[in-house]
Design a protein around this ligand. Sequence first.
Ligand code: URP
Ligand code: ZN
Ligand code: ZN
Ligand code: ZN
Length: 480
Amino acid sequence: MAKTLIKNGTVVNATGTAQADVLIDGETIAAVLAPGSTLLGFDVERNVDTVLDAAGKYVIPGGVDAHTHMEMPFGGTNASDTFETGTRAAAWGGTTTIVDFAVQYPHESVLDRYGAWQEKAAGQCAIDYGFHQILSDVQPSSLTAMDELIDEGVTSFKLFMAYKGVFLSDDGQILRAFQKGAENGALMMMHAENGAVIDVLVEQALAAGNTSPLHHGLTRPWQAEEEATHRAIMIADLTGAPLYVVHVSAKQAVEQIAAARDRGSNVFGETCPQYLYLSLEDQLGASSEEWGSFEGAKWVCSTPLRSKAEGHQHHMWQALRTNDLQMVSTDHCPFCMRGQKDMGLNDFSRIPNGIGSVEHRMDLLYQGVVDGRITLPRWVEITSTTPARMFGMYGRKGVIQPGADGDVVIYDPAGHTSIGVGEGRSHHMAMDYSAWEGFEIAGHVDTVLSRGKVIVDETGYIGTKGDGRYVKRGLSQYLV
Ligand code: URP
Ligand code: ZN
Ligand code: ZN
Ligand code: ZN
């Protein structure tokens, strides 16, 4: 078993920072040592196979992105990253674990679809991966499947209050699923938007000739998110199920989550980089020479980018500081402009919903440290430690400590990363554009280890397809 010593770095955990050396034995962190590398009289450095010098750099637990959709069939096409390309891009960006969503569409068997997702991912991934299960119609067999999936390490289930005929569960179905979650300890995840209201607003916008991507945002107003978030919280409350609200973008939805938390409920929320940096005005409303006002299609996702004028972005950062929101995932769901997004050229409702960011989450959130919005340990907490705790992987993932998996990133605060598809820029996702084109990052992912193996170094990605293994998750470790 190869031994690696990462020396001279600043180890950053959610609990704080320390000058320390990290010894990895095989796939596992064996010791976190005072600098100088002696262990019970042995000179550690002379007894390892590889020494990585992290002087002046941060040594952090690998990122955990708990919300991705690799190759998901959606909007009449498939998300453009496969498990192979998407997890490789994640590795480039310092993410060493993803939790993706197996999907059950109406009338399908949950267990069959879960099996299909395991097959898609098997042998393909660059980094470790787990699954949540999406439930659409909640059949009696779906409820028994929830028990079986927990034994398989799928301990969280996502339902949707929007997308009629595709994902939508009605309130009665949500109630039944939540009752099961309360019984078996599963964490219930919710796409909280009032789909019925949105569907009418979309129909009216199109009838009035408002077909451009901007209208995607205008027809999914914050009221639809606030109302659905409140409804989900109330259904969780009356069943006793823990609730995790995905891709929160409206400040009013944050207030609902914060109020529930103040009452002592197990209610949690994530936001995504797009809601921290991008807006309805600047992106959904953008136009370009190439695409005209269709340029905004690059940023069509749901929940939508919110209005700058309404101040949501600032509120998301504040909520991350105060722990009203606990973590940041990407909701990575990439589509190309050509052949995918362009299906909606004359009708925004036909633009496949999703943005690709799995490669850039660690870098983008590190800018919060650079700007003084969050601390260094909080950066690690919201991108790695809490996702690991929230979804039952903590101890192995999300922390640098003896016994944890050797998922470690050496991050250079003096480095620089230019994001985008152009020459000399960073973009490894299978998309023909970057939603983050032109973003200049203070900081750089230097080295990435996945279970003790260096998979990214100064030359780039050096891992092998299939390095990543399935993570059988436990129940959430974040509940009160
Ligand atoms: O637009 C989005 N978010 N696409 C992915 C599916 C979802 O709702 O998370
Ligand atoms: Zn969603
Ligand atoms: Zn999603
Ligand atoms: Zn590099």
